[in-house]
Design a protein around this ligand. Structure first.
Ligand code: CUA
Length: 345
């Protein structure tokens, strides 16, 4: 008989756990298809890692079911039939086959397939079409695009733009503690180790926005060390890169001019560079195209005027432990600075 839902039942306590279970299921499923999911690969390498994971899960499930089945069978035999002792030879055969050979084959198979996939991914084929240097900072990502001659084309932070279908060689390093570069939809993790340059390869086969995250505990803001990889068409990428390489002219507009003056007087240029201006600091993110970025502080807050004002005024409030000092400004100076930074597209 069909069960009709009466209005009174909607308010009853029985509905709540079902709602919670639905919400939990929706949350769990959304984690499987989002922009940061191992099992939603957008590159051949990520697909290999995803297949490896599926293989491990399937095999482990099979072994689990087998062991449970044997336990149940043994219990049924024990309780339903009189004891029948095994011969010594059969006993040994069982122990060797089930306790030594099978586990050995399973472990060698699992470890071997993991090493094999690791080797395939690390071969870094085909030859790269472009090189991107990425450095792990406290707690953000510096991104440098280099030409074939090794010369720097553009420098940005926290938002990596890549062309679809081209292989990007990614050189990873750190000048502080160990971080780990991880874009689950595009590639496995690679550590960023001070004094070393580790190499990875990103060859996205679909355009889209993919979230990345530091995967090695690196201090109090480790969880807020995020980034995005935006994969766009190859022609659009070429245009984007050319634009990112563009330096800034000193603005004509009086308000923007004053904003730049405030930036320089407040010593922001000691840590930040704005190419084309006297600001050439290398400690913090390059701000030449700051206004084109979606977020501030490595994915922590949206890049809006209000958030930017709060970030400049009191970075510790937003991201405790961050290296950026607070800068107190008069309201009109702040307005000019925000207008200038907002013009850096
Ligand atoms: Cu950087 Cu965790």
């Amino acid at each position: 008989m069909p069960d009709t839902i009466r209005p009174s039942r909607l308010a009853s306590r029985r509905v709540r756990p079902r709602g919670l279970a639905l919400a939990a299921a929706a949350l769990a499923l959304s984690a499987c298809s989002g922009e940061q999911a191992v099992n939603a690969p957008a590159s051949a390498d990520a697909e290999r890692v995803a297949n490896l994971w599926t293989g491990f899960l399937a095999f482990s499930s099979f072994v689990f079911a087998l062991v449970i089945g044997l336990v149940v069978a043994a219990m049924r035999t024990t309780y339903t039939e009189p004891a029948r002792p095994l011969s010594v030879q059969r006993g040994w055969t069982l122990v060797l086959a089930g306790g030594v050979v099978l586990p050995l084959v399973a472990v060698v198979g699992l470890v071997g397939s993991g090493l094999w996939i690791g080797g395939v991914v690390a071969r870094n084929e085909p030859p790269p079409d472009l090189t991107v240097e990425i450095a792990g900072k406290r707690w953000w990502w510096e991104v440098i695009y280099r030409g074939e001659d090794g010369a720097e084309i553009a420098r940005t932070a926290n938002e990596i733009v890549l062309p679809v279908g081209r292989a990007a060689r990614v050189l990873l390093t750190s000048d502080n503690v160990i971080h780990s570069f991880w874009v689950p939809t595009l590639q496995g993790k690679t550590d960023m180790i001070p004094g070393r340059v580790n190499e990875s390869r990103l060859t996205p086969r679909e355009t889209g926005l993919y979230r990345g995250q530091c995967a090695e505990f690196c201090g109090v803001q480790h969880a807020y060390m995020a980034f995005v990889v935006e994969v766009i068409e190859a022609e659009a990428f070429d245009a984007w890169l050319a634009d990112q390489g563009r330096a800034r002219a000193i603005p004509d507009d009086p308000l923007l001019r004053r904003g730049l003056a405030v930036f320089l007087e407040a010593d922001c240029g000691t840590c930040h560079a704005i190419r084309g201006t006297p600001a050439d600091g290398g400690m913090g993110p390059d701000l030449t195209h700051l206004a084109a970025r979606e977020t501030l502080a490595a994915g922590t807050i949206p890049n809006t005027k209000g958030h930017l004002a709060g970030w400049i005024g009191d970075p510790q409030q937003v991201k405790p432990g961050v290296l950026m000092p607070a800068t107190a400004l008069r309201p009109d100076d702040q307005e000019a600075l925000l207008a200038y930074l907002g013009s850096l597209e």
